[in-house]
Structure formats: C-alpha cells, structure tokens
Design a protein around this ligand. Structure first.
Ligand SMILES: [Zn+2]
Ligand SMILES: [Zn+2]
Length: 257
C-alpha cells in the first residue's frame, strides 16, 4: 500500500536515505513528506526546512533509475506566527502532497507539553484553535495529518475528549469537508500511541458530515517503520465501511483498499 506520510534525511529528524525506501515499498510508488517547521522548539527555535532544489534533483535522479516511482511531499507545521513565511516558502515550489500538521505553538512542541503547567481543557482549546486557524488560512493543504498529535502524550477517555474537544472538532470537520482536505489515518498514532479510540470518534464525525477522503500514513522516519501496521489499519477502515483511500501523485485518484 502507498504510505503517504514518510520522512527521509531531507527532514531534520531522519537519517534515512531516500533511495532506501525502494527496498521496502513492495513495488508501490514512494512519496516522502519532509518537515517544514519554522522556529522549531525541538531544535532550539531554528528552522526545520527542506533544501528544495536538492530534494527535487534527487527525486529526478531516482525517477530515472526506478522508472518514475518517486513523488515529492511536504509536512507543513503551521503556527500563526509562521503563516506568512510558509506562504512565501511555498509560492514558487511544487509538491505532489502537502500535509498540514500542528506540532508546536512557537513556544513548545506539543509532544513536550508540561501537563503540570497547563490544564487539559486549555491544552485542547489551544491546540485545536491553532488547527482551525491553519484550516482557515489561505495556505493550501491536501491532508490533515495526525489530528490528535497534541494529545499523543495524554491519556484521555472518549467521554472527556467529547466534552472538551467536540466543539472544535465539529468546526474542523466542517472545514476539511468544505475544502476537500483528506483525513490521515496515522498508524503511528493509532498503534504506537494507542489512539484508536480517538480516530474512531473523529472518523465517525467526518463520515457523518459527508467526508470521504482518507489517506494512510505511518510517519516513518526510517525504512523499518514504512507502512507500519497497514494491514491492521486496513481492517480498521473496512470495519467502518471505508473501502478506498485517496492517492496523491501526479494525478489525484481513489484506490480500493
Ligand atoms: Zn508530524
Ligand atoms: Zn511526519
């Protein structure tokens, strides 16, 4: 299956050579989604950016060698403060796939949130309001990636999640349906961070509002995590009567799972 959330050494936090994915892609095409996160708290507020020309050049070289199996992508980490810089960065560049992620708020990464300093209610409000702001901006995104990233480190029941987050999530669903932004089923979140319940909850909301566009992403940073637990995720989707996913390549199309 086509994994649509993958990093290579063009991302600040991966050492994997892009070409190596050819060994694990099982004859499928390959797309990587490299990080763009301006003023990234994880690396001391330096920019995580892509050497675009080098990346595209590398893809072209690999496409000659492997008959056009490689596609380009970017994972855009949105913060309100970096909105203008993101727009400037993207305006003269082409990517087959653009993920929207909320990783950080300009002060800390949500994976490093100090639960003692912020209430769950405030965290949820801040995180999802930032996501809404991204979706309301004029930046074009194809896919909403790991929608629950801000809660990966938090144990939360569905009842609590529904109480605190539903008003934001309803707005998010409305926006992604209207803008035809696909919803990523992130297998790292579901199986490594045990968030299957949050995905079930959100997918139900999305389906109810007429959402039909799903992608599968492992968020692999090395070849051994490529397409992580995609078999299980496929069963999970089929159990919800989701029978196809959307593929972002040179042409966008649906594929049966
Ligand atoms: Zn991410
Ligand atoms: Zn990622």
């Amino acid at each position: 299956m086509f994994d649509q959330h993958v990093h290579s050494s063009f991302s600040f936090d991966s050492n994997e050579n892009l070409e190596n994915y050819i060994n694990v892609c099982n004859e499928n095409d390959i797309i990587t989604t490299e990080h763009l996160d301006f003023e990234n708290p994880i690396i001391n507020y330096k920019d995580s950016s892509i050497d675009y020309l080098k990346y595209i050049e590398q893809i072209e070289i690999l496409n000659k060698k492997y008959s056009n199996k490689f596609f380009s992508g970017i994972e855009i980490g949105y913060t309100p403060n970096s909105e203008k810089r993101i727009e400037d960065f993207l305006k003269d560049k082409n990517f087959n796939l653009k993920l929207l992620s909320i990783h950080q708020n300009g002060i800390y990464d949500y994976m490093c949130v100090n639960k003692k300093l912020i209430s769950l209610e405030a965290l949820i409000q801040e995180y999802f309001e930032q996501m809404i702001q991204a979706l309301e901006s004029s930046i074009e995104f194809n896919v909403l990636a790991h929608f629950e990233y801000g809660l990966r480190m938090i144990d939360i029941s569905i009842i609590e999640f529904d109480n605190l987050a539903s008003k934001f999530l309803n707005k998010i669903v409305e926006l992604i349906v209207k803008k035809e932004i696909a919803f990523e089923v992130n297998t790292k979140s579901i199986y490594r961070y045990k968030k299957e319940n949050l995905y079930s909850y959100m997918i139900e909301k999305y389906l109810k509002k007429g959402g039909k566009l799903f992608t599968l992403g492992s968020d692999a940073h090395n070849i051994k995590d490529y397409a992580y637990k995609f078999d299980e995720a496929t069963k999970f989707l089929l159990s919800k009567k989701i029978k196809e996913i959307i593929l972002f390549k040179d042409k966008i199309k649906m594929e049966k799972i």
